[in-house]
Structure formats: C-alpha cells, structure tokens
Design a protein around this ligand. Sequence first.
Ligand code: FAD
Length: 398
Amino acid sequence: MNVVVVGGGLAAASAAAELREQGHTGDIVVVSGEPHPPYERPPLSKGLLLGTAEPESALVHPREWYDEHQVDLRTGTLATGIDLDRRRVHLESGELPYDRLLLATGATPRRLPMADGSGAPVAYLRTLDDALALRDRLTEGARIAIIGAGWIGLEVASAARQRGASVTVLESAPLPLQRVLGDEVATVFADLHRAHGVDLRLGVRVAGIEPDGAGVRIHVEGGDPVAADLLLVAVGVVPTDGIATSAGLAVDDGIQVDARLRTSDPHVFAAGDVADHDHPVLGTRIRVEHWDTAIQHGRQAARVMLGADEAYTRLPYFFTDQYDLGMEYVGHGAGYDGLVVRGDLGARQGSVLWLRGDRVVAGMHLNDWDAIEPLRGVVGGVATDAVRDPSVPLGELV
Ligand code: FAD
C-alpha cells in the first residue's frame, strides 16, 4: 500500500512517523509546498522572535530522518488537484498515485484586504520565513502595530515588547480572547499586556490604512490614528481546503471528517488545522487549530489508514507563553454557564474550570504546571459540589 500525504506541517510529519512506527513498509510520499522540512510553528511567535530559539530547533524531525525512514519528502512542491476516481494527486508537473491519501494542508492567515491594498508595510505570521522577516523588524524603539488580539497577536506583542519595540494592539472585541476565555479570564490577558506597556485599544474599528513615509498610518473610527513602522495583521486563519473542495470532497469549515478522520471518500483522510472533525466526545463538529491536535490527528489518521478502527476522542489542548505567563488549556468551553477559579487570577497564578450544565467542559492553569494532569482528569466529568467549591484543591478532585 502506498500513502501520499499532502502538506508539510506537523500533522503530515507526525503521520509519516506513525506509519513507520506501526511497521508500514510501503511507499510514503510527503508533498509540501514549503521550502523547508516540516517544522513546528509555536516557536515562530515566541523563542524565534525573541532570539532564544533558532530555526533548526523547530524542525519536527532532523533533516536526515526522512531518508533514514524512506520517506520521500518533496519540499517546494504544490499539490494542485486530486482525482478521486483514479486515485491520483496532481502536482504542478506530473501526478502521484495513492492507495491512501492524507490531506494535512493546514490553515492560512485570513487576509485583510484594506491592509493588503494599502501600499504600507504589512506582515502576516504563519511560516518560518514570515517569522524570520518579522524578527528583523522587532528592534529597540521600532513601532509595531498589530490588528487582532488573538493568540498570535498577543504572543507577537509580548515578544516585541521584550525586544524593546513599542506596541499598539487594535482589537474590535471588548476584550482580547473573549470568545474563547470569557470576560473574567480575558481580563487577565488585557491586564498582562497593559502591565508590560502595550497600548491595547479594545472595541475599536479600523477605518483606513495608508502609507506614512516608510511606515504605516492606521485610522480608527472615533479615535486617534496609530503611526507605526510595521503593521502585523493577525485576524485568524482559514482552512487550506481548496484542493479538497475542487475534488468534490465534503467541505464546510475545513474538510469534513468522521470520528475516525475519514473524509467523504473512503481512501482519503484529513488531519490537523484543516480537518473539521465530528468529535464523538464533544458531540459536535470542531476544527481545532492547535499544536497537540496536529500531532495526535496525524498519528491517529496514520493508524486508521493502516486499518485500525479507532475514533479520535482526545480533547483539544492548547498552550501559550507571554512574558512571564505560561498557561495550558484543555477542553472546549464554548457556551459555558459557570466558572470556578482556584488561586488568584490577578496574580496570574492558579486554575480555572469552565462548566456547562452539570459538566466540566474546559480547564486551564496559569503558571501552575503541575495542574495540567488533574485538569485533564476533571474536564469531561461531572461538576460535583467539590468541583464547584474553590476551597477543595484541584489535586483532590481526581
Ligand atoms: P500547517 O502547520 O499549516 O501545515 C500545513 C502545510 O501544508 C503547510 O506547510 C503548507 O505549506 C502545506 N500545504 C498546504 N496546501 C498544500 C498543497 N496544496 N500542496 C502542498 N503543500 C501544501 N498551537 C498551540 O497549541 N500552541 C501555540 O503556542 C501555538 N503557537 C503558534 C504560533 C504560530 C505563529 C502559528 C502560526 C501557529 C501556532 N499554533 C500554536 C498552531 C499550530 O502551530 C498549528 O495548529 C499547527 O501548525 C497545525 O499543523 P498542520 O500540520 O495541521 O498545518
């Protein structure tokens, strides 16, 4: 059996490794549009910008791993289409036959046409090359404007401040990360950035963007314009699902897969940021844009391609590092109706549980690294009286 993987990110590299670890001896071809071997993206907005990590340390596998494991990695190669009937992947030149195909094409930054068309210096952050170019701009005294106070925008703000740049963040919502975390915890992140000197402007609408000498001027409805040397647009990502749509696979918000990561075609699977997964535990479709999911989806898709009958049941997991704040989050808190805080949110130390009805739907810690295992034990379970009582230590709940 030969396997073709389209996409050269973490999900693709994890799938290739799992195929070999499971004893698959057939051909594996990984087709990647990027010029680099697969690498991890979390350092791109953290250590790489800070100068504490180098690109080589972000590689998923060492460069020689692919040859050593007979994985035919074709970097700089775009897949342009899929013929589901003939089981062929079209490349810019030539085609590849497959018995099993994994689509791990990830996601692409959502563009802001007003910025793209402005002629001003505008950056996005998704690739290693984006990060290296951005790193060069984060110098002492540089003025960086960021549109979007999501995870990437805030992590770049943190790195930029630590490198001595002045930072203005413009966000249309009343709080950063409000949709994911809710008001109380989102306030922790707003306070964190303001305490580190970020000019965080919330609830604002960008009215126009224009060049300003070699820099950029951003006009804000009802407020003072922001002048900067560089504008980073960080307004989320969209799944890279174009070839799946053109091939006729079921696609909505990403490539639709069942609980076992199978697409609407029995020979084709999808994993990572691009996969819109029918999650059997959460009971809903979910497309997760996190590091852990890319690894675990990739590995699981590999096992299912080899014949395992395993549903993917793992809960979403996410981490971030900003200044001296480290946090990990597990679960899916959408639609929560209760919150239990253990510790001191103001001091950025402790844990939070999100409740919906009688269940614990998500948990998070702030700077309390021993908490992640108890959190994993509690999330998904019943919100007992002990769970709801903040005086009962987290460790005693499992
Ligand atoms: P991707 O990493 O997007 O890889 C997809 C690959 O497929 C790309 O290389 C692309 O070029 C290639 N491709 C697409 N279409 C084609 C085609 N037609 N032909 C060939 N190749 C193609 N997550 C966390 O949990 N914690 C973090 O702290 C965190 N930090 C992050 C920081 C940054 C700056 C970014 C960008 C992401 C961060 N993430 C974080 C998210 C995490 O990195 C992603 O969830 C993960 O990279 C998804 O992996 P993937 O393999 O699904 O997709």
